[in-house]
Design a protein around this ligand. Structure first.
Ligand code: PEP
Length: 248
């Protein structure tokens, strides 16, 4: 089955010259890349169009790192999912732990964003795992259940989940493959409880947190994840390409 490998470039490339250098190196790595998997990159919002045009012919998809929960109106500074879609993006990351932490996003905010993303046929990648103090497993349960209970089976099938233990993000530490596998199965069981086993088995669940070329095969294949969400390592096009190659 095809894996989804998503690079989250976060708030990096802080000027046009850095963006151009990254873009040039990325294109160099990916223009001849043959992969059976699906690769996507999520640049800062302001560079979405640049990356879409740059990578249009490479087969690499574009995603946004966030969106707003309305499609238009007086919401200064926010970006409509409709605008993101119109630029050519296919994915939008929603509920990343950094947004839950620094922007105080709640499960309700996340669900509203998912709703609008789905409405314009953007595929939301819903990050779960943020530990706001309690046990991680309870956080994951609450976050997944909130989505599962607010969306129909048809909608759930168009949502991707990304399990990201917050302590693994950017730390160089990763859970064991058994632990990731257990959590992926747990997320599927929560989906199955409301929407049935068949639906749960069709939902994409990624793993994210300190993925690099050296650990991606184990973290993705031994865990039965449907792909990976990559932060730090995607800031180097060469390292990101190595991750993609490892899963070929
Ligand atoms: C992330 O922030 O989504 C992430 C996975 O980061 P990193 O790969 O740097 O741990």
């Amino acid at each position: 089955m095809q894996k989804l490998i998503v690079g989250n470039l976060k708030m990096n490339m802080e000027n046009l010259s850095q963006r151009d250098t990254y873009g040039k190196d990325f294109l160099e790595e990916f223009k001849q890349m043959k992969t059976k998997n699906h690769v996507a990159v999520c640049p800062p919002m302001i560079y979405l169009e640049y990356f879409y045009k740059l990578l249009n012919k490479t087969g690499v998809s574009i995603g946004a790192q966030d969106c707003f929960w309305e499609l238009y109106g007086s919401y200064t500074g926010n970006t409509s999912p409709k605008t993101i879609k119109s630029i050519g993006a296919q994915f939008v990351i929603v509920g990343h732990s950094e947004r839950r932490q620094y922007n105080h996003e709640t499960d309700e905010d996340v669900a509203r964003k998912v709703l609008m993303a789905l409405r314009v046929e953007l595929m939301p990648i819903v990050c779960v795992g943020y530990n706001s103090g309690g046990e991680e497993i309870d956080n994951v349960k609450e976050q997944v259940e909130f989505i599962v209970k607010n969306f129909s089976q048809d909608e759930i099938e168009n949502i991707i989940f990304a399990y990201e233990p917050v302590w693994a993000i950017g730390s160089g530490k990763t859970p064991t493959t058994d632990d990731v596998h257990t959590m992926i199965m747990y997320i599927r069981s929560i989906i199955a409880a409301t929407h049935g086993k068949e639906c749960a088995e069709g939902v994409g669940i990624l793993y994210g947190g300190s993925v690099v070329a050296e650990n991606v095969t184990d973290l993705c294949t031994k865990t039965y994840a449907d792909g990976v969400l990559v932060g730090g390592a995607s800031l180097s096009p060469r390292k990101f390409a190595q991750i993609v190659r490892m899963l070929n």
